[in-house]
Design a binder for this molecule. Structure first.
Ligand SMILES: NC(=O)c1ccc[n+]([C@@H]2O[C@H](COP(=O)([O-])OP(=O)(O)OC[C@H]3O[C@@H](n4cnc5c(N)ncnc54)[C@H](OP(=O)(O)O)[C@@H]3O)[C@@H](O)[C@H]2O)c1
Length: 243
């Protein structure tokens, strides 16, 4: 049977990174057409593109900085024009910061907000006119366990991920009548470059794998029953929720 995701255009930000690459490959295996949206490291994006092609998928690469308004405000239109009408947007790009509260500078706060909150907010706004044309419209925002909890040294990151979760809840309630699903995934530690840098003390065997987050995204997008899933918290087996 043909997958529900066959030929769907799925826009993924931060697709050069650990979770973004796993999402891109897993969704390509379902027959989706993948637009890699944004990223400053073109080598990483090209590596993801190669992996998507190897998985049998069609891919469109649009490098750019999500802090650059020229890029941010035009990228959805460019994808629609050059690759196809987006059916799904996955706001995955993000940065972390590990700094004592009192040492966090206004510049660091602005930077983390611009990438973790402002960019996904604007991309959702820009995506909605296209999603309204789709029969399978969805947004997945990747927040974090830190969208619920606060850990030491992570005040700016926690604030940004709470904000992302917060606007996602409002958006879900605004657009559900238009049959646009808005899901937020809140993972605990996932074994990627981000966590290797932020928490070098953690070992991979205590962490979630990026491919496991991708499997959850595939499920969310394929399962479109009358029971709607808004928010998913993901933690490692044997660990408490929100650890
Ligand atoms: N790893 C974890 O433990 C964990 C847990 C919970 C939630 N998350 C969330 O999951 C998402 C993916 O994280 P990850 O672990 O896969 O991290 P990652 O490997 O560091 O990937 C992050 C991606 O975001 C992109 N990005 C950062 N700033 C950008 C900018 N200004 N413009 C465009 N792209 C930008 C990076 O691309 P460039 O470097 O090329 O710019 C990179 O591809 C993030 O939102 C993160 O907060 C991660």
């Amino acid at each position: 049977m043909e997958s529900r995701l066959q030929d769907q255009v799925i826009v993924i930000t931060g697709a050069g990174g650990g979770i973004g690459r796993a999402l891109s490959v897993a969704l390509a295996k379902e027959g989706a057409r993948i637009a890699l949206c944004g990223g400053n490291n073109e080598d990483n994006l090209n590596e993801t593109a190669t992996s998507v092609r190897k998985a049998g998928g069609e891919v469109f690469v649009l490098p750019g900085d999500l802090r650059d308004d020229g890029f941010l405000f035009s990228c959805m239109d460019r994808i629609a024009q050059d690759f196809g009408n987006p059916d799904v947007l996955i706001n995955n790009a993000g940065i972390a910061l590990s700094t004592p509260f009192e040492d966090t500078t206004p510049e660091q706060l602005d930077r983390i907000y611009s990438i973790n909150v402002r960019a996904p907010f604007i991309l959702c706004q820009k995506a909605l006119p296209f999603l309204r044309l789709s029969g399978n419209a969805a947004i997945i925002n990747i927040s974090s366990v830190v969208g619920h909890k606060g850990y030491p040294l992570q005040a700016a990151y926690a604030a940004s991920k709470h904000a992302l979760l917060g606007f996602s809840k409002s958006l879900a309630n605004e657009v559900y009548k238009e049959n646009i699903r808005v899901h937020t995934i809140c993972p605990g530690g996932v074994f990627t470059d981000m966590v290797k840098i932020a928490r070098p003390d953690l070992k991979p065997d205590g962490m979630i794998l990026p491919e496991e987050i991708a499997e959850i995204a595939v499920f969310l997008l394929k399962f479109r029953g009358s029971a709607v899933i808004d928010e998913i918290s993901v933690h490692r087996e044997g660990k408490e929720p929100f650890q």
